[in-house]
Design a protein around this ligand. Sequence first.
Ligand SMILES: Cc1ncc(COP(=O)(O)O)c(C=O)c1O
Length: 436
Amino acid sequence: MSLQGPKTNALFNKAKAVIPYGVNSNFRYWGDDDTLIATRGEGTYIWDADGNRYIDYRLGFGPIILGHGYPAVVNRVQEAIKEGTIFAWTTPYEIDLCERITRMCKVDKVRLTNTGTEATMHALRIARAHTGREKFIKFEGQYHGMADYFMFSTASSNPGSLGSKRSPINVPATSGIPKGLTQYVINLPFNDFERLEETIEAQWGDIAAIFVEPMLGNAAGIMPLPGYLEKMRELCDKYGIVLAFDEVKTGFRIANGGAQEYFNLQADLVTYAKALGNGFPIAAIAGKEDVMMTIQPGAMAHGGTYSGNAVGTAAGIATLELLESEPIIETINKRGEALMSGIGEILTEANIPHALPGVPSMFGIVLGVEEEPQDFRDYFKGDGELYENLALQLIQRGVQPDGDAREPWFLCYALSEEDVNETLNIFNDSVKAAKT
Ligand SMILES: Cc1ncc(COP(=O)(O)O)c(C=O)c1O
């Protein structure tokens, strides 16, 4: 059965005529019958072109922390853009937003940009320029955006081809990447203390940075084992390596100060995007004084025509103002705890072994496993097909998680207790239908 109603189908066919596969990001393509077209969003709900309403747990892949079309943010943007949008001069909006980020995230300096991809790409250059080294460590199943260097062994790669855990293979996640780039990338399995230490001890003189999503926001929200991030911090300090937290998903979501606050650990560089602007394009590279001051006009490049534009900065200011003044994350966490415990009970009652890794504002559902996965390879021990069937049943009934269990469930402030209850009722029905 297709997820598309007649109006959605007609629009999708028009989209396909001018846009490859009808989508502006490959991750949005769910096949010719199931790719949906959104026409409206409000609060925690979105509507498709046929007028069907969904409780949205994708939230545009995570940015919507308050709610779709959140009035305080939309109004602030509308006010700002009446005065113009970009000037190629610094604006008071940029100063205001960067001050808020330094305060909330306990970083010394910030540069603004527009997307997570741009932020990580610039962060990698800063780390290389700062250390004079060229390689970097990343972890299997982590995604750091679309820049070529990062597109090895991402969440889209097949675990069958990752090689042995002792000597992982860099698997390109796409065609079109120069083969030579693989020499600069060291992929490691997450949560493997021994591999991390051995690798750094053997190669530290070549390693500029560790890039890490502190929790696996692109692989079902797998959490770091106690002491693992601390081990990274210790090794980076010992060997002069830049510790770069990619907080594009965790920033301004798992705590006001993101993963640094949640795990009580400061990185040297941090990248933010998504929740920073509640759905408007704004991103940031932030970090410690000495690392950030590697940027230098005429010597170490960071730039962008749209960096610090009025649309993104106004949205960022409005979003962070609310996060600092209202119990946004606490409320989301309360709803998330209720949702996770309800989901857990329903799955247990249905005799489906499961794990719910992550935190209440952003958690995964891995079916068919007795223990919580610790890395990307573990994740594949789960029953992805059963999850896909379940997601299909949920979406048909008006609850929208991603169809792929790697993408966590995201919650926003607009989600009410009633929405959680409605979700759990639908979840219960969907589990029964998916099992049959
Ligand atoms: C951890 C992480 N880093 C970077 C990115 C890339 O961000 P963008 O899609 O804004 O380029 C993403 C996107 O999902 C992400 O999850």
